[in-house]
Design a protein around this ligand. Structure first.
Ligand SMILES: [Zn+2]
Length: 194
């Protein structure tokens, strides 16, 4: 679903090629395997769906762009140090380019101090039933990876922990990866049981 994957819509500046070290990386690898099996991380439009991140003392760690999230390894993680949404500049440490949705993750961490993890997957059954499930949605459809999409998501999710991204997928936030992952699963099962 969504438009064709053509890469990132911001410029990345690499401070070093150091790969982040954190046990939460293994938590994401396991969540990626699980959500891939559930069909929430499809390979589509020349890319691979989904992105995962967690907050740390230097900023946040996010999955790299264009990788299969069902088969991640440590080098597929990037430390994000600084983001300027309006100028489209992202400063990182790592070997690979950060997720195309890095701007969205940045806005959620910078605006909401209680958010320590963000997960985005493509859950078509939840999207289709968002209204019935009383799930909030973004205001409009935007091309992926843009500052407009990031700002709409940030504004629309408000203080909630789950949002339908119109014509695209869903996003969950949490105090931990476990919490955000649990929300994704709970909403998926609720939609299946309609
Ligand atoms: Zn997506």
């Amino acid at each position: 679903m969504g438009d064709e994957y053509v890469g990132r819509k911001f410029r990345t500046e690499f401070k070093s090629n150091d790969i982040p070290q954190d046990t939460r990386i293994y938590e994401i690898i396991r969540l990626g395997e699980k959500f891939k099996k559930m069909g929430l991380l499809p390979d589509e439009d020349g890319g691979h769906a989904g992105n995962f991140s967690f907050r740390n003392s230097k900023g946040f760690v996010i999955t790299s762009g264009g990788r299969d999230k069902g088969n991640l390894s440590q080098k597929n993680f990037v430390q994000v140090l600084n983001v300027n949404v309006d100028s489209g500049r992202v400063i990182v440490k790592g070997e690979e380019q950060p997720s195309s949705e890095t701007l969205t993750h940045h806005l959620l961490y910078s605006g909401r101090k209680s958010v320590n993890a963000v997960i985005h997957v493509h859950d078509d059954i939840v999207l289709k039933n968002a209204h019935k499930l009383n799930i909030k949605s973004t205001e409009r459809k935007h091309p992926y990876g843009t500052a407009e999409l990031a700002k709409d998501i940030y504004k629309s999710i408000g203080r909630e922990n789950f949002l339908a991204v119109r014509g695209h997928g869903v996003i969950a936030t949490g105090k931990s990866l476990w919490e955000a992952g649990k929300i994704i699963e709970t909403m998926h099962h609720a939609a299946e049981n309609i």
